[in-house]
Design a protein around this ligand. Structure first.
Ligand code: SF4
Length: 364
């Protein structure tokens, strides 16, 4: 079977549909050509706000804006970051609702603390992380303009934006009908802009939100084409939809293990040059099986904060992780260079990593 851009669409659809299989040896050899290790990042999750301009049918992270306290106070964010440093974390993950300042109450709250937008507030905190701590910022602020990505580049080690799906059709369905920011055209453009700005980038698909196999294939191919042009995608998350109480899609079926496995197989065959992440807290019982199919990263695992996007799904204990696991920074080893990192972050990273680009074990 062909790999990379040469993987035939019929073969990909055959695998996604479960009528064609791929030998584990083939998948593993792709994985091993990238790295002999399974990786994770020791992180802390800082949700600056739960208010969001979108209202995705599967999300229970989002909250309606209240009269006050919509934005995490700076002193609280700094306290979490300080504690993360004492616990030996290397990544501060800033994930929060997209463009919350579309709501006047949030705009006023931000203005009171001196910011015109959540991105300005984010930049201030990233600057603190970069210059005042031993940690590295990784921001996931949603759809961004090129100028915003370029402003954030030097104060982030890497950044991220889930594509979720390239299906425009789902903009009319429960998943994304109330979410202008989930327009795949906007998201693909942000991912492209990050490539132009040379930002090491994390993206991914959310599987099981109503998409067809054809749309899964098209989503992966749209990322493949961007990667062929810019080469900045460091990892792709293959995240399984899990229904959450109180959401529009609470009664939708969770994605089957078989489908998740099939998507991982196709993604592995298509991406010879990108790590594949599976969220360990959503797949605790099946991690070994998924890793055998070519997934090679477990994303951020925190000793301090929960996965606010999937509350109730606890991180596995580090002692339960595979023996070949290595800690990485939020930026993957092959992007630790001065093209992708600011001089300052590059120097900081070089102090933390070994000759292969993983966190030195005496720092663990
Ligand atoms: S999934 Fe993200 S973009 Fe969608 S409503 Fe929740 S916080 Fe907003």
């Amino acid at each position: 079977m062909k790999t990379g851009m040469n993987l035939h669409k019929d073969d990909a659809l055959g695998i996604l549909g479960g009528i064609l299989d791929v030998e584990k040896d083939v998948l593993n050899s792709v994985k091993l050509s990238l790295s002999p290790h399974i990786t994770f990042s020791r992180n802390v999750f800082v949700p600056l706000t739960h208010v969001c301009r979108n209202n995705c049918g599967y999300c229970n992270f989002r909250r309606e804006p209240g009269a006050k306290n919509n934005i995490m106070k700076k002193k609280d964010a700094l306290a979490i970051i300080r504690e993360a440093e004492t616990l030996g974390c290397s990544e501060v993950l800033f994930t929060f609702g997209e463009r919350p300042e579309v709501h006047a109450v949030v705009r006023r709250e931000l203005s009171k603390i001196g910011y015109a937008s959540i991105i300005e507030y984010l930049a201030d905190l990233c600057e603190h992380v970069t210059y005042k701590t031993s940690l590295f910022a990784h921001s996931n602020p949603g759809v961004l303009e090129k100028s915003e990505i370029s402003d954030l580049k030097d104060i982030n080690a890497s950044m991220g934006l889930m594509l979720e799906t390239s299906s425009e059709r789902l903009m009319q369905e429960a998943a994304h009908k109330n979410s202008p920011g989930k327009d795949p055209k906007l998201r693909l453009e942000s991912i492209r802009m990050a490539g132009k700005c040379k930002v090491a980038f994390t993206t991914g698909l959310l599987i099981g939100i109503g998409e067809t196999d054809d749309e899964i294939y098209e989503s992966l191919m749209s990322l493949r084409k961007i990667q062929d042009k810019y080469g900045h995608i460091q990892e792709i998350i293959i995240q399984n939809f899990v229904p959450k109480k109180g959401t529009l899609m609470q009664d939708a079926a969770p994605v089957s293990l078989e489908k998740l496995k099939n998507v991982i197989k196709v993604a592995r065959l298509l991406f010879l040059d990108v790590a594949l992440q599976v969220p360990p807290n959503l797949n605790k019982m099946h991690l070994v099986e998924l890793l055998e199919l070519g997934a090679d990263d477990l994303g951020g695992i925190s000793p301090l904060t929960p996965d606010y996007v999937n509350l109730g799904h606890e991180w596995p204990k580090e002692s339960m992780l595979p023996p070949s696991i290595r800690e990485r920074l939020p930026v993957y080893p092959r992007f630790i260079n001065k093209e992708y990192l600011s001089e300052h972050n590059y120097e900081k990273a070089m102090l933390k990593v070994d000759e292969k680009g993983f966190v030195k074990t005496d720092d663990i």
